[in-house]
Design a binder for this molecule. Structure first.
Ligand code: UGA
Length: 355
C-alpha cells in the first residue's frame, strides 16, 4: 500500500486549495477526481505527483484502484450552494447522500481512512432560537458542540433542509460503518470558509446564486446594491481557507487523535451578522479603491422568498465550539475577518475586474 491521498472534488474551492497545499508540501502522490478543471487547469499536467481523473467521479474506472492505493481519502464532492437546496432538491440529496455512500463502502472494504466534509448546517437552527435569544452567547444552547448539540431542521416542506438532512444522514451512515465494520473516519463540519476562488460570479463563470461573499462581490463588480436577505440579521462565522487547510493538515498529522471524531472547523472570533459583513466589505472596498463612486455602494433589503424562491429557510446563527479540534491537533485559527475579506476581495478584483 502507498501513502497516497485521494481527493474527491479536487477542483472545488476547498479541494483545489488542499491540492495546492499537498503538492507544495511533502512528497505524497495525490489522486484527484473531478468533473471540471476550472480551478486546477494550471496544475493538471505540470506536477508528476498529481494524477487527475476527469469525469463523473462515481463512474470512474480508476476510483476503486486509487482508493485501494491510498492511505487517506478526502471526500468533498457535493452540491453545497443554498440556492440549489430548494430548486434542485433531488440532485442535492443524491449528491450529498446517495453518491458518497459508495465512497463510505469502498473505504470500509479497503480499510482506508475517510476524511469526509460534512457541513455546519447539520446543526440547523439554534436550539436557543426555539426558546431563548439566539443572539445571547450566555445562552449556552447557542454554542455548537460536535457531540452534544441537538440537530434542528425545519419541516419537509421547507426544502432548504434537504441538504442538511442528507448531510446528517451521511454522517450517521459513516458512524454506523465505524460501529458495525470498524471504518476509520473523521468528519469535518466547516463553518463558512472564504477565500480566493470561492464560488463564481453569475453570468461570468457560473449561473444562479452563489454564497454570500460572491453575491456581494458580484454587486460591487456590477455596481448593484448588496442584497440583505431578511434584513441581514442572521449570523455566521467566516473562516479563512488557509486556516481550514491547516486544520486538515493537522488532522492528518494527528491521525491517532482524529480517527473516530467529528470536528467543527470555524473561527468564532470572526462572527458577524450578514449586515455587518456587507458594511465591512463596502468599507474595505472604499479603502482598496479610494477613487470609486461611493454613491453606488449601498445595501438593499430583500425577502428570502424573492431572493431564493419558495421553500427557503435559514440557520439563524452558527457559532462553533472548537475546543475539540484544538485539543486533538493543536489547531488554532489565525486569520481575522478583515484580513480574510481583504485577501479574498483582492483576488476577486484581480480575476474579474478587467473582464
Ligand atoms: C452555506 C451552505 O449551506 C453550507 O453547507 C456551507 O457549509 C456554508 O454555506 C459555508 O460556506 O460554509 P449559508 O451560510 O447559509 O450556508 O450560505 P450563504 O449563501 O453564504 O448565506 C449566508 C447568509 O447570507 C444567509 O443568511 C443568506 O440568506 C444571506 N445572504 C446571502 C444575503 O443576505 N445576501 C446575499 O446576497 C446572499
Amino acid at each position: 500500500m502507498s501513502d497516497a491521498i485521494t481527493i474527491l472534488g479536487c477542483d472545488g474551492f476547498i479541494g483545489s486549495h488542499l491540492l495546492e497545499y499537498f503538492l507544495a508540501n511533502g512528497n505524497k502522490t495525490i489522486y484527484g477526481f473531478d468533473q471540471d478543471t476550472r480551478r486546477i487547469s494550471h496544475i493538471v499536467k505540470s506536477d508528476k505527483r498529481f494524477q487527475f481523473f476527469q469525469g463523473d467521479i462515481y463512474l470512474s474506472p480508476d476510483l476503486d484502484r486509487c482508493i485501494n492505493d491510498s492511505e487517506v481519502v478526502i471526500s468533498l464532492a457535493a452540491l453545497c450552494n443554498p440556492s440549489l437546496y430548494n430548486t434542485l432538491p433531488v440532485d442535492v440529496i443524491e449528491s450529498n447522500f446517495n453518491n458518497p455512500v459508495k465512497i463510505v463502502k469502498m473505504c470500509t472494504k479497503y480499510k482506508k481512512w475517510l476524511i469526509h466534509f460534512s457541513t455546519s448546517e447539520v446543526y440547523g437552527k439554534t436550539e436557543a432560537s426555539l426558546h431563548c435569544d439566539s443572539y445571547d452567547l450566555h445562552c449556552s444552547d447557542v454554542i455548537m458542540k460536535e457531540d452534544q448539540s441537538q440537530l434542528i431542521l425545519g419541516p419537509v416542506s421547507a426544502q432548504r433542509w434537504s441538504y442538511a438532512a442528507a448531510k446528517q444522514l451521511l454522517e450517521r451512515y459513516i458512524f454506523a460503518h465505524a460501529i458495525q465494520y470498524g471504518l476509520h473516519y473523521t468528519i469535518i463540519r466547516p463553518f463558512n470558509f472564504i477565500g480566493p476562488t470561492m464560488d463564481f460570479i453569475p453570468g461570468v463563470d457560473g449561473d444562479g446564486v452563489p454564497r454570500v461573499l460572491a453575491c456581494f462581490m458580484d454587486s460591487l463588480l456590477n455596481k448593484k446594491d448588496l442584497c440583505l436577505v431578511d434584513e441581514g440579521k442572521n449570523k455566521r462565522v467566516f473562516t479563512y481557507i488557509n486556516d481550514a487547510v491547516n486544520a486538515v493538515k493537522l488532522i492528518i498529522d494527528n491521525k491517532q487523535n482524529s480517527v473516530g471524531h467529528i470536528f467543527n472547523i470555524g473561527n468564532p472570533q470572526n462572527e458577524c451578522t450578514i449586515k455587518e459583513l456587507a458594511l465591512l466589505i463596502i468599507g474595505i472596498y472604499q479603502h482598496l479603491y479610494p477613487d470609486c463612486d461611493k454613491s453606488l455602494l449601498n445595501v438593499k433589503h430583500v425577502t428570502a422568498e424573492s431572493f431564493y424562491g419558495a421553500g427557503y429557510e435559514d440557520s439563524d446563527r452558527r457559532y462553533p465550539d472548537i475546543s475539540k479540534i484544538q485539543k486533538a491537533t493543536g489547531w488554532v485559527p489565525a486569520v481575522d475577518l478583515k484580513t480574510a475579506l481583504t485577501e479574498t476581495m483582492k483576488a476577486y478584483m484581480k480575476k474579474y475586474a478587467s473582464r
